[in-house]
Write a protein that binds this ligand. Structure first.
Ligand SMILES: Cc1cc2nc3c(=O)[nH]c(=O)nc-3n(C[C@H](O)[C@H](O)[C@H](O)COP(=O)(O)OP(=O)(O)OC[C@H]3O[C@@H](n4cnc5c(N)ncnc54)[C@H](O)[C@@H]3O)c2cc1C
Length: 276
């Protein structure tokens, strides 16, 4: 896990490079429909505008694009297909700012429950999917090394608890779960953290769904099971719409920033080959 600053620099470099090639970006403008005529994507319709298209590349959540943006007849994969996929975990992420330094915490710490396999079952066994009783979790304190992450003398905590995708997520449930984690963390490090909190933001399943249109609230897309790897991942090219392509973590090679960059490279090469 690397700090936000690093990620911002990668995104910013790609943004500036694209601009130098004449790319125009339209932010805060979600796509609501991809219109198809004669098996060709002809228009991308957003909540503000409609754009004519010669070619469409979707990098949004693949299942969302197929099920919500295209008419059913243009889906390469059915609703049932998506429902049967093994989705990668979701998460509850707590962003916490505190008014002191916690020397008891390292930059990166994994807190594993004694009986950690039980918690992992709630994550990976769909029959046992639930908010775990005794969760294992990860705490990152970026302010340990990044002076821009918190004011001097303060710390920033990033607490991540993996959760099964598709779980019910209400404000009460996440608050209760957050307090369970905090009880455990405070007990383990022997320090009260909560009285020192000046900023707190929780991000969980519903946010992944609402903000990113992430299918079943997954944080990471499609799991890397044997039957969802390499050529078994959803295709980079639509099988129903001639000029429609897909990149991103659902496609080959898969999850992670470097992998998604490779997926874009694969799509770009495929398009160059086809359209010369
Ligand atoms: C908490 C967390 C920590 C992670 N840590 C790491 C790490 O340390 N290293 C690493 O390599 N990977 C990490 N990952 C994984 C990595 O972030 C993903 O694999 C990667 O971002 C996937 O890229 P993507 O472009 O496929 O999808 P995304 O980054 O999800 O981009 C898709 C974009 O499409 C947008 N979108 C969705 N629907 C629409 C629509 N209708 N119209 C317009 N836009 C839409 C979404 O808002 C989103 O911005 C982490 C993920 C999480 C959640």
């Amino acid at each position: 896990m690397v700090s936000r600053g690093w990620y911002e620099k990668v995104a910013d470099s790609i943004y500036r490079l694209a601009m130098s090639y004449g790319v125009k970006f339209h932010f805060e403008e979600p796509v609501v429909k991809i219109e198809v005529e004669n098996k060709k994507a002809t228009k991308v319709i957003t909540n503000k505008n409609s754009y004519n298209a010669d070619l469409v590349i979707v990098n949004a959540d693949y299942a969302h694009a197929e099920l919500d943006l295209l008419d059913r007849e243009y889906n390469t994969y059915s609703e049932q297909y998506w429902n049967k996929r093994v989705m990668a975990p979701s998460a509850l992420v707590a962003y916490v700012g505190v008014d002191k330094k916690f020397d008891e915490l390292a930059h990166h710490t994994l807190f594993l429950d004694k009986d950690w396999s039980k918690g992992f079952d709630t994550l990976f066994d769909p029959k046992k999917a639930a908010w775990p009783e005794n969760p294992s979790y990860y705490v990152n304190v970026p302010s340990k090394t990044d002076t821009t992450a918190a004011p001097k003398g303060n710390d920033t905590l990033f607490i991540l608890v993996p959760l099964a995708p598709g779980l019910k997520d209400t404000p009460e449930m996440r608050e209760q779960f957050y307090n369970k984690i905090m009880d455990n963390l405070e007990k383990t490090i022997g320090q009260n953290i909560r009285p020192h909190i000046v900023v707190k933001k929780i991000f969980a399943l519903t946010d992944f769904k609402e903000r990113y249109n992430a299918y079943k609230g997954t944080a990471l897309g499609l799991s890397h099971t044997m039957m969802q790897t390499a050529l078994f991942r959803p295709s980079h090219k639509s099988k129903k719409v001639k000029n429609l392509y897909y990149s991103g973590h659902y496609t080959h090679p898969g999850i992670g920033v470097p992998m998604t960059l490779i997926s874009s490279q694969i799509v770009a090469e495929e398009i160059l080959k086809e359209y010369k």
